[in-house]
Ligand binder design. Structure first.
Ligand code: AP5
Length: 204
């Protein structure tokens, strides 16, 4: 099962990715998580990525593509994988197509008006990656692993607006690209989280 998750920032990619990965036992590969891990560890890649992420811009294609290509060669990806946040440009999609095919692209569509609030109110667990919203979860610690939740540096109003603009210009064209290839399925990201996941299970 080779699955790509598409969707604007805050549409619910990470939230659904955790559920899909647990349910189907396939590795969840999030390029955003890979960059955040490198930032935390103070690597050169982390420094480079941070300079783009803090402004809500995309890390250069050639950097991201080579990370994903290497990751998909690993043993745990041989029976399938779930890509979350990659590809994000036509160039990235064309590069991906050179080294693998894709079974299904799930495009999570949520109303733009919801996204700013979802992101600015999001709290994430630096341990297991679980994500919460302050309106529905007010505890300071992750209920899965107990670590203290954090507010992502790029979840501020200003950076969120720039991420949404970048999505419109650079990522939205991928919907047509994958529709033409016949692998696109649309998921309603306005639905409550578990209903959205039920729709995904039906598709998969
Ligand atoms: P990345 O980490 O991929 O962030 P993103 O795409 O902006 O997506 P988010 O993680 O913000 O949102 P999400 O859709 O996962 O939402 P979530 O499920 O958490 O990328 C960060 C940066 O890294 C980029 O800006 C770029 O700089 C760089 N980067 C990454 N990949 C790259 C690439 N391929 N090329 C170049 N640069 C790259 O949900 C959000 C909130 O909403 C949560 O609070 C959640 O609880 C809530 N929520 C989710 N679903 C629902 C629902 N159905 N109903 C109600 N609430 C919901």
């Amino acid at each position: 099962m080779k699955v790509v998750l598409l969707g604007a920032p805050g549409a619910g990619k990470g939230t659904q990715a955790k559920r899909i990965s647990d349910f189907y036992a396939i590795p969840h590969i999030s390029t955003g998580d890979i960059f955040r891990e490198n930032i935390k560890n103070g690597t050169e890649l982390g420094q480079l990525a941070k300079s783009y992420m803090d402004k809500g811009q995309l890390v250069p294609d050639e950097v991201v593509v080579s990370i994903v290509e290497d990751r998909l060669k690993k043993e745990d990806c041989q029976k399938g994988w779930l890509l979350d946040g990659f590809p994000r440009t036509l160039e990235q999609a064309e590069s991906l197509a050179k080294f693998t095919d894709v079974d299904v692209v799930l495009d999570i569509e949520a109303d733009f008006g919801l996204l700013e609030d979802r992101l600015c109110g999001r709290r994430v667990c630096p341990g297991c990656g679980a994500s919460y919203h302050i309106s529905t979860y007010s505890k300071p610690d992750c209920e899965r692993c107990g670590q203290t939740l954090v507010h992502r540096d790029d979840d501020t109003k200003e950076v969120v607006r720039s991420r949404l603009e970048v999505y419109e210009k650079q990522t939205r064209p991928l919907i047509e690209y994958y529709a033409e290839k016949g692998v696109l399925k649309t998921v309603d990201g306005n639905l409550p989280i578990e209903e959205c996941f039920a729709q995904i299970r039906e598709i998969l």
